[in-house]
Design a protein around this ligand. Structure first.
Ligand code: KG4
Ligand code: ZN
Length: 339
């Protein structure tokens, strides 16, 4: 048997510094250092994120190697996130990856962050169940909301995307209006558990068939809360669970209605979700229900591979490495990058 490929992967596109080691499709380690500093600002402050990556990157890579029990000299290649993301943050990860690849004289692989979220579905799992190509992936994160037709591990077609805010942004901005800290998505999810999903009605955006729009919903939350709080200053406190449950129910319905339309057109019989918002409990359970209703297979990432992590960069890097898609040492990160 040939020796497995040992990939060190680095992810630094936003506010999490992450490093992982993979032996082919098996994750040996996957460490994530979050950045608490942004909580007080209600969103990620790019300059502070870059500085925290700078402080975190070496210890995180070191620990990832230690946990995997892999020496630098054993590595086959280094994969890093090229974009999309915050440029200062990307520069830290890419410079580190380039320096290390150069020092070790091993191949460098540049990975598209959105493709990595999708390819996380190919990380080795207990049941050895993976999507069949082509499949449709609903990619939902803090910066993106996309419907992607995944034709192969290196061939992606954008079916549609948001024309303004991402759904994660809608969660985070609504949470901020509710007085919750950043990132608000997981907190809305938590408070929604005991609320009434039909308590309040939210608008449905009128956009193209495969497009999304979330900025109007955010504005309607703002106006609704302003009006209610004027009448009852305790309105948010008294109705937090119902507000969260009804908003979450509405957002998930919008997402899955569009995914259903895309499946009706492309008939892939394989539907997946990916990205930070795929950690959402209601989206996860509703996708399973939808799969049964449509008679199609559904794929939900393991919790640790939903939000930003380097293991997904590693699995995407592995596909590129196996297809000989290598980067040069003059590779540059890009803040904007299509899927
Ligand atoms: O993919 P990700 O970690 O970073 C980006 O590439 O943007 O996604 C972060 C987003 C944030 O907006 C966060 O609020 C959201 O994912 N998120 C959630 C949940 N967990 C994370 N949104 C709703 N429910 C959750 N359980
Ligand atoms: Zn992401």
């Amino acid at each position: 048997m040939s020796k497995p490929n040992l990939i060190l992967a680095i992810e630094s596109s936003c506010d999490d510094t992450s490093a992982a080691v993979l032996s082919n499709n098996v994750v040996l380690s996957n460490l994530v250092a979050g950045q608490k500093i942004h909580e007080q600002y209600g969103g990620v402050v790019p300059e502070l994120a870059s500085r925290a990556h700078q402080a975190n990157i070496l210890p995180v890579v070191h620990q990832a190697l230690q946990k995997a029990q892999i020496e630098l000299s054993q590595l086959s290649a280094i994969a890093f996130t090229k974009g999309p993301g915050l440029l200062g943050s990307l520069l830290v990860g890419s410079s580190f990856a380039k320096g290390l690849a150069w020092g070790l004289n091993i191949p460098l692989i540049e990975v598209n962050h959105m493709q990595a979220h999708i390819l996380a579905h190919f990380i080795k799992n207990e049941n050895d169940e993976y999507p069949d190509f082509p499949f449709i992936c609903l990619t939902v994160s803090g910066g993106h909301t996309q419907l992607v037709l995944v034709k192969s591990a290196t061939n992606f077609e954008l079916i549609g995307q948001t024309i303004d805010d991402a759904v994660g942004e809608a969660y985070d901005k609504a949470a901020k209006l509710l007085g919750l800290p950043y990132p608000g998505g997981p907190l809305i999810d938590k408070y929604a558990q005991n609320g009434n999903p039909n308590a309040f009605k939210w608008p449905t955006p009128d956009v193209g068939k495969y497009e999304f729009s979330f900025s109007g919903i955010k504005t309607s939350v703002l106006y609704f809360l302003q009006k209610q709080v004027k009448e009852n200053p305790n309105f948010i406190k008294e109705n937090l669970e119902d507000i969260c449950a009804s908003l979450q129910h509405h957002l998930v319905k919008i997402l899955l209605d569009k995914l259903t339309l895309a499946e009706k057109k492309y008939q892939t019989k394989n539907l997946a979700i990916a990205g930070g918002v795929s950690a959402n409990s209601h989206l996860r359970s509703s996708l399973k229900t939808l799969g049964k209703k449509l008679g199609v297979k559904t794929f939900i990432p393991k919790f640790e591979y939903c939000t930003d992590n380097a293991a997904m960069v590693g699995i995407a890097g592995l596909q590129l490495f196996q297809n000989n898609h290598l980067a040069s040492l003059s590779s540059k990160p890009t803040a904007r990058l299509a899927v």
